[in-house]
Design a protein around this ligand. Sequence first.
Ligand code: NOJ
Length: 561
Amino acid sequence: MTDQLTAPSAERPGAAAPPSWWRDAVIYQIYPRSFADSDGDGIGDLPGIRGRLPYLRDLGVNAVWLSPFYASPQADAGYDVADYRTVDPMFGTLADARGLIGDAHDLGLRVIVDLVPNHSSDQHEWFRRALAEGPGSPMRARYHFRPGRGAGGELPPNDWPSIFGGPAWTRTTDPDGTPGDWYLHLFAPQQPDFNWDHPAVADEFRTILRFWLDLGVDGFRIDVAHGLVKAQGLPDLGATTEWHLLDVGVSPCFDRDGVHDIYRSWRRILDEYPGERIAVAEAWAPTLDRVANYVRPDELHQAFNFSYLGTAWEVAAQRRVIDESLEAMRRVGAPATWTLSNHDVVRHTTRLLQADEGDVAGRKPAEVDPVAGLRRARAATLLLLALPGSAYLYQGEELGLPEVVDLPPEVRQDPAFHRATGQDGYRDGCRVPIPWSGEQAPYGFGPAGGPSWLPQPESWARLSVAAQQGDPASTLELYRAALALRRADAALGAADNLRWCEAPEGLLVFERGSALRCTVNMTDRPIRIPRPGEALLTSGPVGLSEAEVEIPADTTVWWSV
Ligand code: NOJ
């Protein structure tokens, strides 16, 4: 495994860093508005995160990825950026960001920030000027403005739907008050898409990268990395395909080959900086081979593996996706990545028990049996952490938090909820603030008696960090133990050394190197096998004798063999 961080910060240029720290890194996603609230306004902030960094060091992760904390009207929880070089006052200041990066480095944690290059906020200075300066103005060329169709231009310029529901176009009003051109927004109307054919857009993002690299960040998570380049002429889709959040395949606006030139230019910038600064693509491409294109040696370092996230809890399907992931990444020399949860999908404690668990993004989830859900989630996590490559964890999964499925409509803030006539937009349920301690909401998320931007369930007192800490049966201690073993056991490192083993039906068994075996019972009944060796870690109680082991339903065991 990689060593602890030595000195990635820009303040210490040239300092030696361990080679390729990211190839097997465990990266923890912080959703800033829901992590820790230092000032009691009900919304998490950077000082709150800063105060909790020791918790993350003790958890044993290598890096954190922070969802956007930049100046934003929050039409899409910060994925609508008004100023890419400023911290939104709701989250703190640039000094807080600098302090957070410094503290994290001192604790041996790297820091990855989110970059949102597909679209800005409609409050971004460029877009405001584009609207004010009218048709034909230079600022309009930095976005996609077009006249409408129909006799009076009353129809959108093409048939593209917005991923958040409704058309991907909104009509403007000209400075003289008459209806004007339309502009493109693949997401909410408050998120106009940049025109990446315009050189000023490319230049701007290169300087934004440098701004944050100079501040000391260790990398970027690239939002909608597959969306920047659109087909020339913005042709109709010509189909009545319904787009759902992010699972759209190759189309006139997604996964176009032209995006790769952008990432090659970004890689050259990242490589200029010491300490291996990285970028990870959020690229919902249709096949793992197309995802691999984003992580060719001269492009980005990692790409999220959404194929894995969307795979059913079933031996053949899991084995196939693991093989295909490793094979696709091997072809380009990149590490595979593994994720079960993030801020856009139903938490895996709930999702893995749902019949349509492949439907991951934003659809309406239903309540599942919490005990069965947690059992399966713990088993899935131990499987994930035993795979070769880099793992992404989402805040709160280490507490076994379930999806909150019963948030009332009036508290929901996902913009898609209000646009998509109820089939999409259920992302608030995985964004409910973290319970840290205490018997009453906000459970230490903010000051006692204070608000939280989404209500936390009453049952979360027993899921808080304080309630789980030190209890060996808790999910928090399971994560800590797994991450400590992962760090200590060389077989669980970056090496591409997974080998499948013979196993009875319903049991997934593989070895990493020659000394570590992972057995996963993916059925709903116990499976008895000859005891493979010494049990290092189990996701739940197992029945062990000298010669045999009975692995209960939905249980994973790591063995030293
Ligand atoms: C992907 C982000 O993860 C999601 O939260 C956001 O709504 C869209 N991109 C648009 O930026």
